[in-house]
Design a protein around this ligand. Structure first.
Ligand code: ADP
Length: 482
């Protein structure tokens, strides 16, 4: 399994993700971005065009700053494009419309518990108290976040996504990119930040190179690092956690930790670097990540004996570990027609050829080469638990649907490197801190490149919250500080 999720598949998967979920080619998606033209002077330079970078750029631009984003890949969006599950927030208009009662306090408690209380409480307070505002801001920019579901570790339905449970990341990138461009943010693609410039401890800009490897300087009063994590840099991953040697990754190939290296070179401190999360439901043959929302909407995991082996809504580390203990180090994500109908992301998985389907449990068991009687017994027992609202075997506390409507479906899944929880140490203004705890003048960071927010384990749905909340915050802080 570990060897079978190969990095060589990343490019293919990235292309598939884009064409499937963003609904247009990368050329169309970037038709209005400009070419680099030599040295530049701006107020604010943002490194990276994922959710965090785009949100930061929009806020700084809204405050009247001249903002330039550099993006090393040929398209905007980074890992954010791949987010399918949702954006966690409590107390939103979307929840109210669905009659869901929730609170930022409950979101805070779940996040701290999910991270084993290793999280920085002040950052989690910001994350959870500003999450609802982030959702309303995105809706105001034109996003559809009207569908609300549950992700593992959440005590309430608070994961926001488009109508019908459509993939959320590509949608948000489209909305944010359109807004940034409309407001006058300049985006240079195929432009890699190489170095952050500083004089006497004050950041003054960056050195970047364009696609022809021409280096140039961008002078700026503030630099916002939004380069994402390092999940695609296996050397860096294994430097911090050698047990992940040989694992594949769900990350796009640009998630190489550049921002961490560049910021450390100007004095930034790091936090929680050992905390690297594996995602438990990744397709071994091609590294395609299956959103946690499938389990959230009711799917179960079964092993090659046709039996459940874990609370499917346990945290990602727990479910990953349990999967590695099963024969073949993989399992089958099992669901019925009802779950398929509840989440349109599943249609994409079927189109990609990732799903085995059958008209009966017997036929599915035969296709999966597992014991049919065991599978039937497992499903019957689980449906009984759903009826009694009591999972006597594994204590799963949210079982929204019984599994009783043909067709039946299964996807073979196993763990792969997913999210790097550690990164640059920031304060609640998004300023990057030194080892002494002092902010580096002119240096800000947001998104997966930062550390401390998710502690020892990130809850599904909290990454997008992090990107938007802290991206906005960094953009606002820059505008206030300049
Ligand atoms: P986040 O989720 O924190 O916003 P993403 O992975 O979505 O992070 O986006 C980060 C973006 O930063 C990616 O598009 C990635 O290609 C880009 N990036 C990473 N390193 C560099 C770099 N050195 N120069 C420019 N862009 C970079």
């Amino acid at each position: 399994m570990r060897k079978s999720i190969k990095f060589v598949t990343l490019i293919l998967i990235f292309a598939l993700t884009l064409t499937t979920f963003i609904g247009c080619s990368s050329q169309e998606a970037n038709e209005s971005v400009s070419e680099s033209t030599g040295d530049k002077v701006v107020d604010v330079v943002v490194i990276g065009s994922g959710g965090a970078g785009l949100a930061a750029a929009i806020e700084a631009r809204d405050a009247g700053k001249e903002v330039l984003i550099v993006e090393k890949m040929p398209m905007v969006g980074g890992n954010t494009l791949r987010a399918t599950g949702g954006l966690n927030a409590a107390g939103t208009s979307s929840q109210a419309a669905l009659g869901i009662e929730d609170s930022a306090e409950s979101h805070y408690t779940d996040t701290m518990k999910g991270g084993y209380d290793k999280n920085d409480p002040a950052l989690v307070e910001v994350l959870t108290s500003q999450a609802a505002d982030a959702v309303e801001w995105l809706i105001g920019l034109g996003a559809d976040l009207s569908d609300v579901g549950r992700m593992a570790g959440a005590s309430q339905d608070r994961s926001h996504r488009p109508t019908g449970g459509a993939p959320v990341g590509a949608h948000l990138v489209q909305v944010l990119k359109a807004s940034a461009e409309e407001k006058g943010v300049e985006i240079l693609i195929e432009t890699t930040a190489l170095e952050i410039l500083a004089e006497d401890g004050v950041v003054t800009g960056i050195i970047a190179k364009d696609k022809s490897d021409n280096e140039f300087t961008i002078e700026a009063e503030a630099v916002i690092v939004a380069t994402g994590g390092f999940g695609a840099n296996i050397t860096m991953v294994t430097e911090y956690d050698v047990s992940l040697d040989g694992f594949g990754t769900t990350n796009h190939s640009g998630a190489t930790g550049d921002g961490i290296t560049m910021a450390v070179a100007v004095g930034a401190d790091l936090v929680d670097m050992l905390e690297i999360q594996t995602h438990p439901t990744v397709v071994p043959s091609n590294g395609y990540m299956i959103t946690e929302a499938v389990r959230g909407n009711g799917a179960i995991l079964i092993n090659r004996d046709g039996k459940r082996f874990v609370n499917e809504l346990g945290t990602r580390d727990v479910v990953s570990e349990a999967t590695l203990e099963q024969e073949g180090e993989t399992s089958f994500l099992f669901f019925d027609e009802g779950i398929k109908e509840s989440l349109s992301a599943i249609d994409g998985y079927i189109r990609q050829g990732l799903v085995t389907e059958a008209d009966s449990l017997e036929a599915l068991a035969e296709a999966l080469e597992i014991d049919a009687d065991n599978l039937i017994a497992t499903v019957e027992t689980y449906n009984g638990f759903v009826g009694e609202n009591n999972d006597k075997d594994f204590g799963r506390d949210d079982m929204p649907r019984s599994l009783e409507t043909a067709k039946y479906y299964a996807i073979e899944v196993g763990p792969a490197v997913h999210h790097t929880m550690g990164g640059l140490k920031i304060n609640t203004k998004g300023q990057v801190l030194t080892e002494d705890g002092n902010p580096i003048t002119g240096l800000y960071a947001a998104g997966e490149v930062t550390g401390g927010i998710h502690g020892g384990n990130r809850l599904g749905g909290n990454a997008l919250t992090d990107l938007i909340v802290f991206g906005r915050l960094a953009g606002q802080s820059v505008a206030t500080d300049l």
